[in-house]
Design a protein around this ligand. Structure first.
Ligand code: CAA
Length: 258
């Protein structure tokens, strides 16, 4: 598939995906989401890729679903298409870690896309918000659900009901982002972080991601049991032997994904 709305680069073992509709502040139209889904499936299947970064421009990660494309749709259209879920959730099906590197606006579907990633690195210019209420609708890709899990009911309720934006400092304080970096270092820092993950044992990385995500879907007792079984399973890998041998021999581990 030729891409017109995203740019994909490989930086060693990291796939870097840039949303690229600058004139529309990276508004997420169906063509862009189709391309993003395709790029994610390819990066997930590429044995040479260990982690993925999704980023936008300095001005906008993404200013939301494309309002101009959505505007003429009827109830029947959106219901029949199951508008937003199928293609949009491609990122939640990726088994390798996905980092959202957010500078500028991450609004509506842009904020929701960032929250579907495994963690968010924010530039000091980042602004998060769910302004759908100003359009006479509400979030449709997780804004009422994931934001509430990140920042708690009170803040999520206020943001969803008023449409107010949250700056990077508040987003860090409230746990929406893992950390803030200067805007001009954002992409390099995200790629360096992804690269650090890509150097680890791939099955341990995949199992860790699966286990952390389980924390949102199950009880504590079931989550801990799942974690323990995944921990046990990793003892069947050569990378467990390599990691522990390397520690004892005081050298850097060379993981091979076996
Ligand atoms: N959809 C389509 N086009 C958009 C867009 C969007 N979400 N956001 C911005 N654009 C377009 C603008 O229409 C404008 O295009 P034109 O020059 O052709 O008019 C261009 O991008 C630049 O935008 P502005 O001139 O508005 O730039 P600004 O700097 O003055 O304001 C902004 C920036 C505050 C982000 C403002 O653009 C804005 O409020 N955008 C809409 C944000 C929004 O409501 N997002 C939620 C969408 S609904 C949704 O996402 C549903 C869901 O849950 C999935």
């Amino acid at each position: 598939m030729a891409y017109e709305n995203i740019i994909v680069e490989k930086r060693e073992h990291v796939a870097l995906i840039r949303l690229n509709r600058p004139k529309a502040l990276n508004a997420l139209n169906s063509a862009l989401m189709r391309e993003l889904g395709d790029a994610l499936v390819k990066a997930d299947a590429d044995e040479d890729v260990g982690a993925i970064v999704i980023t936008g421009s300095e001005k906008a990660f993404a200013a939301g679903a494309d309002i101009k494309e959505m505007r003429p749709k009827s109830f029947v259209d959106v219901y029949r298409e199951d508008f937003i879920t199928s293609e949009w959730e491609a990122v939640t099906r990726v088994r390798k870690p996905v980092i959202a590197a957010v500078a500028g606006y991450a609004l509506g579907g842009g904020c929701e896309l960032a929250m579907m990633c495994d963690f968010i690195l924010a530039a000091d210019t980042a602004k998060f918000g769910q302004p759908e209420i100003n359009l006479g609708v509400m979030p449709g890709a997780g804004g009422t659900q994931r934001l509430t899990r990140f920042v708690g009911k009170s803040t999520a309720m206020e943001m969803n009901l008023t449409g107010r934006f949250m700056d990077a400092a508040e987003a860090e304080r409230k746990g929406l982002v893992s950390r803030i970096v200067p805007a001009d270092e954002l992409v390099e820092e995200a790629v360096a972080t992804a690269s650090k993950i890509a150097d680890k044992a791939p099955y341990a990385v995949m199992a860790t991601k699966e286990a952390v995500n389980r924390a949102y879907e199950t009880t504590l007792a079931e989550g801990v049991r799942f974690e323990r079984r995944m921990f046990h399973a990793l003892f069947a890998t050569e990378d467990q032997k390599e990691g522990m041998d390397a520690f004892v021999e005081k050298r850097t581990a060379q993981f091979r994904g076996q």
